[in-house]
Design a protein around this ligand. Structure first.
Ligand code: FBP
Length: 550
């Protein structure tokens, strides 16, 4: 039996807000033919059935439509993000609104559930317990990559046996890439199974002209910002520690940037800026040390430093090293697997690297070098959440300050505390924004299915406006794709959205940096509020508000 907290019970009766256009009869409006963001000829050749479709918008319609009955399967894919349960409840309600006999099945444990035929029927008895809650535990999630034809055939067999004629993949860029590949395969094979994607990820890196933000980013950033604010108040009270806080987000620094805008820490590292400026690790350490020295001159031997978890992939020499490691680890997988110790693995790999990368690799602390050699995830990504860069930077800053002290350039004190925030925010109860956004996305996905669409991602736009002015529709996933190297081979994938250095959110940070570094201008956002004034409960991220400000 599920034990519910008082807040969970109170949130069960929260009715998520829907865009006005989805509340009554709906008509579909199609835009012009689309193109992929890059590598158009190659993507068109690989996706002949799903390339070039138009963007779709749902607008209020005058007639009630008779939608055909459908049986829909849903999976949650990849890392948890607040609001996944609301996508499912929005789909469930939307499907029943389209046709009372529609059915929804949840495949268990992510994409592997589709292949292994593990599922449950999602009835109101199940769904109602999960409305407005965090987590993906209603059906679980996983990171299995569906890429072998044998897996696709199994999925078709399992769907046919259950009578499922549409699948919804709730996932990030890699999972939606999978959704696109599946949609194309099913279309080619005339399997009669539609595939719709939903943009999920706390990382905020699945966004483009048709997807304004991925769900979960809002709640996760608010959760981390609450914690950062608390730490800042502790730092400002005790006045004795520098807190180095690494934040999840994979390659992109959206989470670090958003949390910085919410909390105004002393230093915020943005990976994309490091790459653009070609900064070395030593440059980063020197910049931090200089702020420590200047704050010490004002008698302030404390502070906060935000570090995006993907930073190592952006320091040019490290980036080159990681690219070489990715290829080498894929090429020599079996040889590396039989080596017994980390030292053996490091020595073996060092001999295969280019001279330049071997030097960088050997200069790293052993634990960081070991972490860089860990298995890639099923999509070929370095598991940056396992690389403890906050500890590495504390050690390097400490060493630099020791030298500066000897040279008479630093007279203060330095004590570092490392933190890593990621898992703390991924299953938080969704903010009102994410509860509404996710429910609307799920509802939109059910309409896309009922309209017979495949290869589309549900999209809900105009998100800084009140929810009834949001604009719902769908965008062909192929329009988001380009070719990238994965596991040593060029593959079609959804292009990741990194922080734009000419974008308003970064420019805002840049304009405040000096003031926030030396002054102590902390903001303490406090916990997410669910009940109370709209400006406290419903406002979304600084990132979205700045991006959409005129
Ligand atoms: P998705 O890209 O699947 O949404 O996952 C996001 C994320 O939370 C990253 O921020 C983090 O690096 C990674 O998942 C951690 O993966 P895992 O859950 O496998 O530890």
């Amino acid at each position: 039996m599920m034990i519910k907290s008082p807040l969970q019970i109170a949130r069960e009766s929260y009715i998520p807000k829907l865009p006005k256009s989805l509340k009554g009869n709906v008509k579909i409006v199609e835009g012009i033919k689309t193109q992929s963001v890059a590598d158009q000829a190659e993507i068109e050749r690989m996706f002949p059935n799903t390339y070039g479709m138009p963007v779709i918008t749902f607008e209020p319609g005058s007639e009630a439509k008779q939608y055909p009955a459908v049986k829909v399967g849903v999976i949650l894919s990849g890392g948890q993000a607040p609001g996944g349960h609301n996508v499912i409840s929005g789909m469930f309600d939307g499907l029943l609104k389209c046709n009372k006999v529609n059915k929804l099945y949840g495949f268990l444990g992510g994409p592997s559930g589709l292949v292994d035929n593990q599922y449950i029927e999602l009835t109101s008895e199940v769904v109602d317990h999960y409305r407005n809650t965090g987590g993906f535990d209603i059906i679980g999630s996983g990171r299995t990559k569906l890429e072998e034809e044998a897996q696709f055939i199994k999925v078709i067999e399992n769907c046919k046996a259950l009578g499922v004629n549409a699948l919804v993949v709730i996932g990030g860029d890699d999972s939606n890439t999978n959704a696109c590949v599946l949609a194309e395969y099913f279309a080619q094979k005339k399997a009669g199974i539609q595939v719709i994607g939903v943009p999920k990820t706390i990382d905020g890196d699945l966004k483009n002209e048709v997807v304004e933000t991925s769900f979960g980013f809002d709640t996760a950033c608010k959760t981390y910002s609450e914690l950062i604010g608390n730490i800042q108040r502790d730092a400002n009270s005790a006045k004795k520690y520098y807190h180095f806080i690494r934040l999840m987000g994979r390659s992109a620094s959206h989470i670090a940037l958003e949390c910085a805008l919410q909390t105004q820490p002393n230093i915020t590292i943005i990976s994309e800026e490091i790459e653009k400026k070609g900064l070395t690790l030593d440059d980063i350490v020197t910049n931090i040390a200089n702020v420590v020295v200047r704050r010490a001159e004002n008698g302030e031997n404390f502070g906060t430093v935000l570090i995006p978890e993907g930073i190592v992939e952006f320091v040019p020499a490290m980036k080159k090293l990681i690219a070489e490691l990715n290829d080498l680890l894929a090429k020599h997988e079996s040889e590396v697997a039989v080596l017994e110790s980390n030292k053996d693995r490091r020595d073996f790999i060092a001999t295969k690297l280019s001279k330049e990368s071997a030097l960088v690799f050997e200069s790293l602390p052993n634990n960081i070098a070991n972490q860089l050699m860990l298995d890639r995830d099923p999509h070929g990504n370095v598991q940056v959440s396992m690389i403890e860069t906050e500890k590495m930077l504390i050690d390097m800053v400490k060493a630099k300050l020791k030298k500066m002290k000897k040279a008479g350039e630093f007279t203060g004190k330095f004590a570092g505390q490392g933190h890593f925030f990621g898992y703390e925010g991924r299953c938080a109860a969704p903010s009102n924004f994410d509860a509404d956004y996710c429910y609307s996305l799920g509802y939109t996905a059910s309409l896309l299915i009922s309209e017979g669409k495949t290869g589309y991602m549900a999209s809900v736009k105009n998100l800084t406006k009140p929810a009834d002015q949001w604009v719902a529709g769908g965008a062909p996933i192929t329009m988001m794709m380009n070719m990238e190297k994965r596991h040593g081979h060029m593959k079609p994938v959804i292009q990741k959205a990194l922080v734009m250095l000419d974008g308003k959110p970064f420019q805002k940070l840049e304009s405040c940096r000096e003031e926030w570094a030396i002054g102590t201008m902390y903001v303490y956002p406090g916990p997410i509020q669910y009940f109370g004034p709209s400006e406290v409960c419903d406002t979304t991220t600084h990132t979205l508000r700045l991006e959409q400000s005129l």
